[in-house]
Design a protein around this ligand. Structure first.
Ligand code: FRU
Length: 453
């Protein structure tokens, strides 16, 4: 199928044409940032997974390269699923999941494969390096995926999402001296996750956190409303015991659309998939489905994951706000700095009956995309989800700074390190911004994204 693309976001990574899901192999290599991603070039729906590939030197302008991994070989006959990258001996190595469908169900095989490259563009596959025989007794080779690799104490380590036969999600730790032979070390949590399966586990040794997603996870009395949820757990891996020692936890994002975040290997930066499973994607008719979030600097502050957007932009407009401000903006970074904030309401991408709102209500940010434009329908049946609403706690600090990264089909909202990420599909003409604030002081800034031709 040839896909004709008629629209695209200005600075968010898409599959160019076709489908995109998880970011993969995020790394800095040979002077450039590399982002790979789950990609179906043949359709705007999920299908035979390739690894699409983009590079950048400013984390904002991305150049498309040929697909890095194409399925069809031994071990990855029906797909090259998610994985990660590491630089070793001057080469770029990819550890990813080879998907073989067989007759479906229990006969599916998801096993970990290795590929290497001398130039970061063309990859040579080595086939399966963590196979069925390397799975401990009682774990399902049909649900074993998404290896995340790093180096520690002169060894390679990786974590892989897994499932006990007749059980739920687990995260397994493996160790290798040479990237080719891997040894099972431990089951990080040692118990089933509430979600039916864990996906895309990720570990940042320096900051001490684990990220992972759970599929079909009960909402835990509204802690999160997306049935597919991204979590972080702050803590450290005990390498000798093969266990994760956790000190606190939370959800990675409060919006509708962030999944499978991955940390750049060796850098305190993440990107996620800016979309969600089990929802319609209105942009299919424009020839693309899904995007990646902008890169985000991460840190751990007071036991929580703290995110700040990394986009290259330049100040375009700055003003004090007394009560109300009107502006026009479709793309850019909006910053609202306040002291003594009492009330705030922001309408974005407004045009007549269409607008997206963010309102401060009883100590939380309430995001509403019910009038944003084209409807997005998911599987979530709670009142907020059915009304297009997501909520994020507002910090109790004296000075509150709100940062919003806006592109044609998304808003990424940040406040005190928390993020609320959502797709929106408003009409092209919708560029009205209306800010109503009650605060001691309020400063509004709009920055333009620095886009190269
Ligand atoms: C997560 C995921 C991964 C898998 C990939 C397949 O979104 O389901 O577990 O590797 O997508 O595209």
């Amino acid at each position: 199928m040839t896909i004709k693309k008629t629209k695209e976001p200005a600075f968010h990574i898409t599959g160019k044409t076709g489908w995109i899901n998880d970011p993969n192999g995020l790394i800095y290599y040979n002077g450039k940032y590399h982002a790979f991603f789950q990609h179906n070039p043949y359709d705007t729906k999920w299908g035979p997974m390739h690894w699409g590939h983009v590079v950048s030197d400013d984390l904002t302008n991305w150049q498309y390269l040929p697909n890095a991994l194409v399925p069809g070989d031994d071990g990855d006959k029906n797909g090259c699923f998610s994985g990660s990258a590491i630089v070793y001996g001057g080469k770029l190595w990819l550890l990813y999941t080879g998907f073989t469908e067989n007759q479906g169900g229990d006969s599916i095989r998801q096993l970990q494969c290795l590929a290497e490259s001398d130039d970061g563009i063309t990859f040579k596959k080595h086939g399966i390096v963590i196979g069925e025989k390397d799975l401990p007794e009682g774990y399902a080779p049909a649900d074993f995926r998404d290896p995340k690799i790093w180096r520690h104490d002169d060894c390679f380590w990786c974590i892989v999402a897994a499932r006990r036969i007749d059980g739920r999600g687990r995260i397994l730790l493996y160790k290798s001296a040479d990237l080719f032979k891997w040894e099972f070390v431990g089951d990080l949590f040692g118990k089933d996750s509430p979600g039916i399966m864990i996906e895309c586990p990720d570990y940042n040794e320096e900051l001490g956190y684990l990220l992972y997603c759970e599929q079909f996870q009960p909402s835990e009395n509204g802690v999160h409303l997306n049935v597919h949820t991204c979590r972080y757990a702050i803590g450290k891996i005990d390498y000798a015991a093969g266990k994760f020692i956790e000190s606190s936890r939370g959800i990675v994002d409060y919006g509708f659309d962030m999944y499978a975040p991955q940390t750049f290997t060796g850098r305190n930066m993440i990107m996620g998939w800016l979309n969600m499973w089990d929802r319609n994607v209105p942009s299919e008719k424009y020839g693309f489905s899904g995007m990646l979030t902008v890169p985000r600097k991460v840190s751990v502050v007071d036991g929580r994951l703290y995110q700040e957007p990394l986009v290259s932009c330049t100040e375009a407009y700055k003003t004090e706000v007394n009560g109300k401000l009107l502006d026009n903006v479709k793309r850019g970074v909006i910053t609202v700095k306040t002291t003594g904030l009492e009330a705030l309401e922001m309408k974005m991408r407004a045009d007549g009956e269409n607008y997206t709102t963010l309102t401060l209500q009883n100590g939380e940010w309430v995001f509403d995309r019910s009038k944003s434009g084209e409807a997005i329908v998911g599987v979530e049946k709670d009142a907020d989800s059915l009304s297009g609403i997501r909520r994020m706690p507002c910090s109790d600090k004296k000075d509150i700074t709100l940062t919003i990264v806006m592109d044609d089909f998304s808003v990424e909202i940040f406040e005190d390190g928390r993020s609320l990420t959502s797709t929106i599909y408003p009409p092209d003409a919708a560029d009205g911004l209306e800010l109503t604030v009650k605060a001691k002081n309020c400063q509004y800034e709009r920055a333009d994204i620095i886009l190269r031709a």
